[in-house]
Design a protein around this ligand. Structure first.
Ligand SMILES: NC(=O)c1ccc[n+]([C@@H]2O[C@H](COP(=O)([O-])OP(=O)(O)OC[C@H]3O[C@@H](n4cnc5c(N)ncnc54)[C@H](OP(=O)(O)O)[C@@H]3O)[C@@H](O)[C@H]2O)c1
Length: 257
């Protein structure tokens, strides 16, 4: 399976690195194209078997999967000249460009995927949203396998994208805001900022792993495990509620749709 990545910026570069460093696709099966050379050279240095080019057409010519990672307003001028058609698969990471629009730039019957990773893709820990149009079950599974190498990929309907990106793309900022607030509390109580950051970040990762590694669990069950009746944690939890924590989170997530 050959993969072309058009655009080697933040997102395209992270996807190229994620795929090349994973098990599903070999670096030699990846071709990345970008107008300026520097980003390509950096990729080539990290993965010498990866193919690089300044020509989008050359990258896409014999690729099975073409991942478009340019800014949304450049997608049309980049995709149209490639004349993509079945059995090729178009993958767009461009935020805000829906299937309806993308289908005008290619053979409208061809499989198209919209992918929204979050910034944790650089750490291979992205929550990646995937929506499919005209794709077979096998193609959908392939796409999930590709992006599961860079974190967790989930298939959703296109109409859920706005709500889901609030939870995942904006969500990263909200989680970091919690980390920042907890650090401020730690510093006031005499902990060094950097130590506080590590303590909170690892605690957040631990909480996430508890949920992701145990299908049967739920935040309420896990909170119950640490809230001894009459103990200190329930006092903190109830203080959060009195101060409007749950309400603030709900309002924030709805505000970013
Ligand atoms: N960053 C994120 O967290 C994030 C999250 C979700 C989705 N996205 C989506 O990902 C896409 C890319 O965003 P980004 O943050 O990665 O932007 P970026 O860092 O600016 O990368 C865009 C890349 O496209 C290249 N490019 C420009 N014109 C091109 C052309 N004609 N042919 C081929 N490549 C071309 C640029 O090359 P030069 O620099 O050499 O001009 C640059 O390397 C956007 O559509 C965005 O909506 C980004």
């Amino acid at each position: 399976m050959k993969v072309a990545i058009i655009g080697a910026g933040n997102m395209g570069g992270a996807i190229a690195r994620g795929l090349a460093g994973g098990h599903y696709i070999k670096a030699e099966e990846i071709t990345v194209s970008n107008p300026s050379q520097e980003k390509l050279d950096r990729l080539k240095k990290a993965y010498p078997d990866m193919n690089i080019t300044n020509s989008n057409k050359e990258a896409a010519a014999d690729a099975d999967i073409i991942i478009i990672a340019v800014k949304p307003w450049k997608v049309e001028e980049v995709v149209k000249p490639l004349r993509l058609r079945q059995p090729q698969i178009l993958v767009s990471v461009a935020a805000g460009l829906n299937f309806e629009t993308l289908a005008h730039y290619v053979d409208p019957e061809m499989p198209i995927f919209r992918i929204i990773p979050n910034t944790a893709i650089a750490e291979r820990a992205s929550m990646t949203l995937v929506a499919a149009r005209n794709a077979s079950e096998k193609q959908i599974q392939t796409m999930l396998n590709l992006f599961n190498e860079m974190g967790l990929a989930m298939l959703i309907e296109e109409k859920q994208f706005a709500a889901a990106t609030s939870l995942t793309s904006c969500g990263i900022a909200y989680v970091l805001k919690y980390v920042q607030a907890a650090m401020q509390a730690g510093v006031e109580m005499g902990i060094k900022p950097h130590d506080a950051m590590k303590m909170v970040a690892q605690t957040v990762e631990g909480a996430a792993r508890i949920l992701l590694n145990n299908e049967e669990t739920h935040p309420t069950l896990e909170i119950e495990k640490v809230t001894t009746p009459g103990g200190i944690t329930i006092k903190g939890i109830n203080t959060l509620e009195h101060e409007g924590f749950t309400s603030a989170i709900i309002k924030a997530l709805k505000a970013s749709v």
